[in-house]
Design a protein around this ligand. Structure first.
Ligand code: NAD
Length: 249
């Protein structure tokens, strides 16, 4: 129960990696705000069965109004906000970069990098005032691997890693630590449904991992728990790659 008494706001926590992180932080004793476009209340109700306080908030992370309201509702319902997990993101079908519509580029950046920025801005006054905070940004190992055909996605995650480093310096004096996790190809429900993609990964890429097995959302949960805790008091601006040793940085 190392997070007992803490409150975590987790975006994209209805599904996949965000939900696995939410379940783990709840098991550690944290109260949880599930912020998602879909099923936020149902996911929050499920987490409440573990005995922690929860709230489900429907919000689009790319909206300034939604993100500000999500933080306000979290504080009103759960008494504060100590941990922010920027996990929600969009992806898109793979295509050569010349074929990616510019409107899709803009939506990608709005969701995957402006969104985390909006949430960091919204929690900033509270975390600075209480001189404590843990911000965890979910990036991707595609940044380190230079994965092609999803240039806007990879660029948005690269920006998130740069954002993590620079923001860590702005928050260092305030007890607010900012770190990132870079998952590998992870069988969230969304990915597991894409049978061709999973087959391709297993056939062509799995052999390049040091630990040659599928990655599951639960593989990210323990790292998030560490980054959310007192144990990472002197660690900030870092990106932990969790991909079975595919990208080694
Ligand atoms: N699954 C992978 O292979 C993989 C690999 C590397 C990085 N990641 C990153 O991990 C994170 C989670 O991935 P996942 O596979 O669990 O995804 P997922 O699709 O299973 O879950 C994402 C959740 O975010 C929500 N969401 C999407 N856009 C939103 C928005 N604008 N506002 C609020 N909520 C929104 C969705 O409704 C969904 O519940 C993402 O940041 C993703 O880029 C995933």
């Amino acid at each position: 129960m190392k997070l007992k008494g803490r409150t975590a706001l987790i975006t994209g926590a209805s599904n996949g990696i965000g939900n696995a992180i939410a379940r783990r932080l709840a098991a550690d004793g944290a109260n949880i705000a599930v912020v998602d476009l879909v099923n936020a209340e149902a996911a929050a109700a499920e987490l409440a069965k573990t005995g922690v306080k929860t709230i489900g908030i429907r919000a689009d992370v790319s909206s300034e109004a939604d993100t500000a309201a999500a933080v306000e509702k979290t504080i009103a319902a759960l008494g504060g906000v100590d941990i922010l997990v920027n996990n929600a993101a969009m992806t898109a079908p793979p295509r050569p970069f010349e074929e990616i519509p510019i409107a899709e580029w803009r939506r990608m950046l709005d969701t995957n990098i402006i969104g985390p920025n909006l949430l960091c801005r919204a929690v900033s006054p509270y975390m600075r005032k209480q001189k404590y905070g843990r911000i965890i940004n979910v990036a991707s190992d595609t940044v380190h691997l230079g994965v092609p055909y999803m240039l806007h996605y990879v660029s948005s995650k690269g920006a998130l890693i740069a954002f993590t480093r620079a923001l860590a310096r702005e928050f260092g004096k305030d007890g607010v630590n900012v770190n990132a996790i870079a998952p590998g190809f992870t069988l969230s429900e969304r990915i597991a449904k894409q049978k061709d993609r999973v087959e391709f990964f297993r056939r062509e890429q799995l052999k390049a991992l040091a630990i040659q097995r599928d990655e599951f959302p639960e593989d990210l949960a323990g790292i998030a728990s560490f980054l959310a805790s007192e144990d990472c008091a002197f660690m900030t601006g870092q990106t932990i790659v969790v991909d079975g040793g595919y990208a080694m940085v």
